[in-house]
Design a protein around this ligand. Structure first.
Ligand code: NAD
Ligand code: UDP
Ligand code: UDP
Length: 313
C-alpha cells in the first residue's frame, strides 16, 4: 500500500494491533498517543521498524503532520478509565475529532472514526442495526463516552457534507484479545486476570446482561477493509461478532479454560449498564465482505495465554 498513515490512540489495545498490521502491509505509520491508557509495551516491538514513528501528543490539541490516511482511535474505552476524568473524555472525542478532521481537511487525507456500539446506549431494539438512533442518557456516568462519541459522529458527517471530507465511520462492538491492559477494567480482561490469580470473579448485576465479543484480529481486518472502500461510502457500519453471551456464561467459560478455583461473586450493577447488545452485521457482510472468523472459545484461549505469559514474566 505504501501510504503514510496516522493512528491516534496507537499505543492502546486496538491501536497497537492496527499499527502492526498497517506496517506489515508496507505502510509508514505515525502513532500518536498521550499514554493515558496506552502502554509503550504494546508498541515496543514496532520501535525498531524504520517505518514506525511515535509522537507523545494529546489530540485535544492541534496536530500538524502530513499523512494520507488517519485512523482516529484515541479515547479511553473502558468505563473505569473514561469515568476517571469525564470532561477529558468528552474533550478527547469532541475536540479530538475537530482537530483530526481539521488535519484531514488541510492535507486531504481519508479519515476513519472508531465509533462504538455505545451510540445505541441501552438499546430498545435487538439486534442493533445502523439505522437505530439509540437510547442514551445525556446526563449519566456513561454519557461522557456515549455522547462524546455521538457528537464525534455528528462532526464527521458535518465535515463530510460541508467540506466534502473523505470519511469512514465504524461502530465497534465489544472487542477483546492480547494487549488489553491487565487493569483495563473491561469484563474479559477482568475475568481472565481474576481467574489466573485464583481470585473471585466479579459479576456486576445478576449476570443475565449480554454482550457479543469480537476477537481483535477480526476487528483489525474490518478496520482496514472499511478504510479502503470506495470514496463516498461513509458508513456508519457495525463491526463486531454477533454471537451473544450472558456475562454469567462468559464467566463460566473463562473459569473452565483457566481451571483453578475461582468462585463467582455478585456485585451491584453500575448505572446505565446496557442489558443487551448484539450487532446486526448485514451491512458489513454486504459492503466490506467481512464477518468474524474467530470463535469465542478460541479467542479466549489465546487471550488467556497472553495474560498468563504477561503475569508470569
Ligand atoms: P485503549 O484504552 O486501549 O486505547 C485508547 C488509546 O487512546 C490509549 O492508548 C490512550 O492512551 C489513547 N488516548 C486517550 N486519550 C487520548 C488523547 N486525548 N490523546 C491521545 N491519545 C489518547 O482502548 P481500545 O480498546 O484500544 O479502544 C480504541 C478505540 O476503539 C477507542 O476510540 C474506543 O472508543 C473504540 N472502541 C473500542 C471498543 C473495544 O471493545 N475495545 C469498543 C468500541 C469502541
Ligand atoms: N487543525 C489541526 N491540524 C491541521 C489543521 C487543523 O490540528 O493540520 C485543527 C485546528 O486547530 C482547528 C481544527 O483542526 O482548530 C479545525 O480545523 P478547520 O480547518 O476545520 O477549522 P478552523 O481552522 O477554521 O477553525
Ligand atoms: N462486568 C462485570 N464484571 C466486571 C467488568 C464488567 O460483570 O468485572 C459487566 C459490566 O457491568 C457489563 C459487561 O460486563 O454489563 C461488559 O462490561 P465492559 O466494561 O467490558 O463493556 P461495556 O459495558 O462497555 O460493554
Amino acid at each position: 500500500m505504501n501510504k503514510r498513515i496516522l493512528v491516534t490512540g496507537g499505543a492502546g489495545f486496538l491501536g497497537s494491533h492496527l499499527c502492526d498490521e498497517l506496517l506489515s502491509l508496507g505502510n509508514e505509520v505515525i502513532c500518536v498517543d498521550n499514554f493515558f491508557t496506552g502502554r509503550k509495551l504494546n508498541i515496543i516491538s514496532l520501535m525498531k521498524n524504520a517505518n514506525f514513528e511515535l509522537l507523545r501528543h494529546d489530540i485535544t490539541f492541534p496536530l500538524y503532520v502530513e499523512v494520507d490516511q488517519i485512523y482516529n482511535l484515541a479515547c479511553p474505552a473502558s468505563p473505569v478509565h473514561y469515568q476517571f476524568d469525564p470532561v477529558q473524555t468528552t474533550k478527547t472525542s469532541v475536540h479530538g475529532a475537530i482537530n483530526m478532521l481539521g488535519l484531514a481537511k488541510r492535507v486531504k487525507a481519508r479519515i476513519l472514526q472508531a465509533s462504538t456500539s455505545e451510540v445505541y446506549g441501552d438499546p430498545e431494539v435487538h439486534p442493533q442495526k445502523e439505522s437505530y438512533w439509540g437510547k442514551v442518557n445525556p446526563i449519566g456516568i456513561r454519557s461522557c463516552y456515549d455522547e462524546g462519541k455521538r457528537c464525534a459522529e455528528t462532526l464527521f458527517f458535518d465535515y463530510y457534507r460541508q467540506q466534502n471530507l473523505d470519511i469512514k465511520v465504524i461502530r465497534i462492538f465489544n472487542t477483546y484479545g492480547p494487549k488489553m491492559h491487565p487493569d483495563d477494567g473491561r469484563v474479559v480482561s477482568n475475568f481472565i486476570v481474576q481467574a489466573l490469580k485464583g481470585e473471585d470473579i466479579t459479576i456486576y448485576g445478576d449476570g443475565t446482561q449480554t454482550r457479543s465479543f469480537c476477537y481483535v484480529d477480526d476487528m483489525i481486518d474490518a478496520f482496514v477493509l472499511m478504510m479502503n472502500t470506495e470514496r463516498g461510502y461513509t458508513g456508519p457500519i457495525n463491526v463486531g461478532n454477533p454471537d451473544e453471551y450472558s456475562i454469567l456464561e462468559l464467566a463460566e467459560k473463562i473459569i473452565n479454560i483457566v481451571g483453578g478455583k475461582s468462585r463467582i461473586k455478585f456485585f451491584p450493577l453500575p448505572q446505565d449498564d446496557p442489558q443487551q447488545r448484539q450487532p446486526d452485521i448485514s451491512e458489513a457482510i454486504k459492503k466490506i465482505d467481512w464477518s468474524p472468523k474467530v470463535k469465542l472459545d478460541d479467542g479466549l484461549k489465546k487471550t488467556v495465554k497472553y495474560f498468563n505469559d504477561l503475569m508470569s514474566s
